[in-house]
Ligand binder design. Structure first.
Ligand SMILES: [Cu+2]
Length: 200
C-alpha cells in the first residue's frame, strides 16, 4: 500500500513537471522572439533576475525529483522490512526454501508418484505457502551453478548465482496454485526443477 501510494505521488509529480516543462519552453520561445526587437534586447541579454530564474527553476525541478526518488526508495525498503522473508537456495536439481526455522526441499514429483490431474514437471513434492495479503522478500542464491527462479504468472525471473544473493519482492494479488520452473540451463536435470507455490 505504501509503495502504491508512493507510485501515485511520483506519477503526479512527473505530470506536474511535464506541464511546467512545456510552460517554460513556451515562455523561453516567446521571450526569444520578443528579444529579437532592438528595444527589448538589453532586457534579455543582461538581466540578473532573469538569469537567476533560469538557474533556480531547473535546480528546483531536479531537487523535487531527487526527493521523490528517495521517498520511493524508503517506501520500498519499509515494504520489504515488514514482509515475510524467504531464503531460496538452488541446487542441482532441487530448491531449498528457508522460512524462519523451517526448511522446505522442493523436488519434482516422480512420474510413478503422480496422481490424476498432476502437472508433469510442474508439480513439486512440497509447495511454498504464501499469504497473498503480505509481501514476501525473497533472497535467492545457488550452491553450485547458475539457476533462475522464474514464476511467469507473476512476471518474476531472478537469477540464482553462487556466492551472490539477489533479492526480489513478491506481491501476489491472486490466490491459488502458481507454477514455475528453473529458467537457466543448469545441467542434465534442468527440466526437473519446478516451482510450486500456493497463495491463500
Ligand atoms: Cu535449471
Amino acid at each position: 500500500m505504501v509503495l502504491l501510494h508512493g507510485l501515485a505521488v511520483l506519477y503526479t509529480t512527473h505530470v506536474a513537471l511535464e506541464v511546467l516543462n512545456v510552460a517554460i519552453v513556451v515562455f523561453i520561445a516567446g521571450a526569444a522572439m520578443h528579444s529579437a526587437t532592438v528595444s527589448s534586447r538589453n532586457l534579455y541579454t543582461s538581466n540578473l533576475y532573469l538569469e537567476l530564474v533560469w538557474l533556480l527553476t531547473p535546480t528546483a525541478m531536479v531537487t523535487m525529483l531527487v526527493v521523490r526518488v528517495v521517498v520511493m526508495q524508503c517506501s520500498e525498503e519499509e515494504l520489504q522490512l515488514h514482509g515475510t522473508q524467504v531464503h531460496v537456495v538452488a541446487n542441482q536439481w532441487y530448491w531449498v526454501y528457508y522460512v524462519d526455522a523451517v526448511s522446505l526441499f522442493l523436488y519434482a514429483v516422480q512420474e510413478h508418484d503422480m496422481h490424476h490431474g498432476d502437472l508433469r514437471l510442474l508439480c513439486g513434492m512440497q509447495s511454498l505457502l504464501i499469504d497473498s495479503s503480505c509481501s514476501v522478500l525473497l533472497a535467492l542464491t545457488s550452491s553450485d551453478v547458475i539457476h533462475a527462479w522464474a514464476l511467469p504468472s507473476l512476471g518474476m525471473k531472478v537469477d540464482c548465482v553462487p556466492g551472490r544473493a539477489n533479492t526480489a519482492t513478491l506481491v501476489s494479488s491472486v490466490t491459488g496454485t502458481l507454477y514455475g520452473q528453473c529458467s537457466e540451463v543448469c545441467g542434465a536435470l534442468h527440466g526437473y526443477m519446478p516451482l510450486c507455490m500456493v497463495t491463500v
